[in-house]
Write a protein that binds this ligand. Structure first.
Ligand code: ADP
Length: 414
């Protein structure tokens, strides 16, 4: 099945076409046919495109909305210019898989999209007003383009975290706020945490039930998840992606009273403070320089900059603190798994996070760690009892596979 994977944002859209199927022996066979990103939707959009031979193209086109983008992309992919011989017309796309940010309490699994599911995603708009409307636009645009005969599947960032027990998802605020407004922890990055947990257990030849790990997704957004028996039992992001680890531009955890203090002292509205905590904080806020970890590390190599050093220290300290908290809350784990742009590519940050974790049996092997960039490997020493791994994430692949699985009516993977 050729699956078009769509991740639609406010003015950008990421896409991939992945040929995947469930063989009789229940093995997936995957081929990534092409991938790319469209930025600047609403004006002269910039399209970046790469086919499976690795040939890249960059060009522009006036694209007013997501419908126009999908229509343009599918025609381009089907044309000779793309170098994707598997797709010769729209009919060669057999299914569409959509990343949907928030599935609230409604969706514990990926879902085949019909009118009822679409209404459910709409009901979750209140929980993710910045994200779900764009995801819905992507779904509607694909429906217009392909008609209802081509199946579409929604894969939610939140659904992996449905297994989190009440004691971990409830905030200690008056209970009626949970009942009335669904105020609770939902967690995000679920597709990524689920994918690396799957790769970890495949690498180690374990079953889902034997998978007891802490996964750290460290990208622009960062989150940690405690996975026990293959299920998410706690995660650092909360009702929104703001809680938890220090991120590129998000503060992560802070004393909630600070919101009011900033509002009063800086003459800002609550929603302005919310924006500040989401877009001006984290690595960017502390360093005053950039949200980009690679740039911060390069800067520090060139000259000592106290605030750059502090930003990295606060980032790593918070991540270590969550490892410790989750070790306690899940009664110990077998491994810590790093993923995301920083987790996959920065041996230095991984080493800093694991510093002083010998008490828990975690020792990073300096040579293994250094050699492990953008590939899967164990990075802890042979005598560690708490292992460490780096595993590149692949959310699009999981979306494509879920799409096929849901269409075929296969149960949740074990
Ligand atoms: P997103 O969460 O938007 O998907 P990514 O997972 O691509 O983001 O992660 C982006 C982050 O990863 C940036 O802070 C970037 O600097 C960092 N990163 C990528 N490569 C490296 C590297 N080699 N060393 C350190 N940080 C890196």
């Amino acid at each position: 099945m050729n699956v078009l994977v769509v991740n639609s944002g406010s003015s950008s859209l990421k896409f991939q076409v992945i040929a995947t199927g469930l063989e009789r022996i229940k093995q997936y066979t995957d081929h990534r046919l092409c991938r790319g990103e469209v930025e600047g939707i609403g004006g002269e959009a910039i399209i970046q495109f790469k086919n499976q031979q690795g040939q890249s193209q960059k060009f522009t086109a006036p694209l007013r909305d997501i419908s126009a983008v999908l229509d343009y992309l599918v025609r381009f992919i089907a044309s000779d210019k793309s170098g994707v011989p598997e797709i010769k017309n729209t009919g060669d796309i057999n299914a569409v898989g959509h990343r949907v940010v928030h599935g609230g309490e409604l969706f514990s699994e990926s879902a085949l999209i019909d009118d009822k599911v679409l209404r459910g995603i709409e009901d979750c708009i209140d929980l993710a007003p910045l994200h779900n409307p764009n995801n819905i636009k992507g779904i509607q645009a694909a429906r217009e383009l392909f008609g209802k005969t081509i199946p579409q599947v929604a894969v939610f960032d939140t659904s992996f975290h449905h297994s989190i027990p009440e004691q971990a998802y409830l905030y200690a605020v008056p209970y009626h706020l949970y009942r009335r407004h669904h105020i609770r922890r939902y967690g995000f990055h679920g597709t990524s945490h689920r994918y690396v947990a799957f790769r970890y257990r495949t690498l180690r030849g374990l079953t889902r039930e034997q998978t007891n790990i802490i996964t750290l997704h460290l990208g622009n957004g960062c989150s940690a998840t405690a996975i026990r028996g293959g299920n998410s039992v706690d995660t650092s992001m909360g009702m929104t992606p703001l809680e938890g680890l220090v991120m590129g531009t998000r503060s992560g955890d802070l004393d909630p009273a600070i919101v009011n203090v900033i509002a009063r002292k800086e003459g800002m509205s609550p929603s302005e403070v919310d924006t500040l905590l989401n877009t001006q904080s984290g690595l960017l806020g502390i360093s005053g320089l950039t949200n980009d970890m690679r740039e911060l590390q390069a800067e520090l190599k060139e000259h000592e900059d106290r605030r750059v050093r502090l930003a990295i220290e606060v980032f790593c300290y918070r991540a270590r603190k969550y490892i410790g908290a989750f070790l306690a809350s899940m009664s110990g784990a077998d491994a810590v798994v790093f993923t995301g742009g920083i987790g996959e590519n920065s041996p230095e940050i991984r080493a800093l996070i694991c510093e002083g974790m010998e008490w828990a049996g975690l020792m990073v092997d300096p040579a293994r760690n250094q050699e492990t960039v953008a590939r899967e490997s164990k990075i802890s020493t042979e005598d560690s009892t708490l292992l460490a791994y780096a595993i590149p994430t692949d959310e699009e692949l999981l979306i494509a596979r879920d799409t096929v699985r849901v269409i075929l009516g296969e149960p949740h993977p074990s």
